[in-house]
Design a protein around this ligand. Sequence first.
Ligand SMILES: NC(=O)c1ccc[n+]([C@@H]2O[C@H](COP(=O)([O-])OP(=O)(O)OC[C@H]3O[C@@H](n4cnc5c(N)ncnc54)[C@H](OP(=O)(O)O)[C@@H]3O)[C@@H](O)[C@H]2O)c1
Length: 307
Amino acid sequence: METRKQILVLGGDSAIGKALAEGLSRDEHFELSATTRRRKEPARSFFDAHDAHTWNKLPDSPAAAFFCFGNTSLKECESNPGETRAINVEATLDLAQKYATQGTHVIFFSTSLVFEGKHPLSGPETEIRPQGEYARQKAETEERLLKLAGMVTVLRITKFLESLDSLMRQWMDELRAGEPVQPFHDRLICPFDRNLLCAASAGVIRKEVTGILHLSGEADISYHLLAAWVAEAIGARAELLDPISARDLALEPEPRFAWPPWTSLDMARSEKELGILPTPLSRVRKHIKALAAEAGGNSGMEKTGHE
Ligand SMILES: NC(=O)c1ccc[n+]([C@@H]2O[C@H](COP(=O)([O-])OP(=O)(O)OC[C@H]3O[C@@H](n4cnc5c(N)ncnc54)[C@H](OP(=O)(O)O)[C@@H]3O)[C@@H](O)[C@H]2O)c1
């Protein structure tokens, strides 16, 4: 019988790492392990990027290692560049070097924020212009990773749909209570979902695709449109939406220029080499409906009497 490929997810409690570990563990060709910083989970490898001792206890020479850990807060990267760089750049590169030397396929998640985003669908040929510390850290890590000897893939991604779940649940709670919500009308996101994440990741491992690949939703949407879909899914009144401009809100220390006008990515290479397609907006709406049903759907509105 064919031996299963050992796959390591570094940062298994991240939104992306968790979805990836769940998705890939259903594939009989892969044997998954995912690290944690939760001491209460002795069955999983404890890994703290700041503590090099924990690196020695990580599995040796897995077939592939997904780098999902890091400080993903734009605000913290801006206010604490030294500390966040230590994990997002230096620890990531040191560990990647260790694994690349062992023959492991290193797969790193980068971001569409490395682009200035003056137009939709930034492509591999589009010039990198990171606008903020988080994006600069990602851009530098990409560049240095791709110079390592060994198998390295940079997956540049847009907004992971499930990373919006807590915001959407909060909106649902507020709307059900008859309170207004204030989504940005001038900040765009381009959500992609776990089906695309897992299909792309499995394909990259199987076909040993290296270099830069893009994963994206099919089109940019505003937070306002997302909130409108949320309101519709729970049957809330549209008048409760009070869209505001991100420019009017004090987001310091996150700089206002940190968010590009357009965030969608051109997936041509991923489509050609892996046979995958951007996440359709219909799938985003389906996900929102499922969230609404999980949280009580329209019956919740009836209970609170705010329909
Ligand atoms: N989500 C997105 O929309 C998105 C978009 C573009 C790029 N990305 C990239 O994709 C990757 C995963 O993102 P995500 O949003 O899924 O991440 P996330 O949910 O913010 O989780 C980050 C993870 O990193 C772990 N972590 C933080 N410091 C650590 C340390 N010192 N040692 C070990 N682990 C540490 C955290 O552990 P604890 O759980 O213990 O705190 C957490 O599980 C990141 O590289 C991110 O930059 C994500």
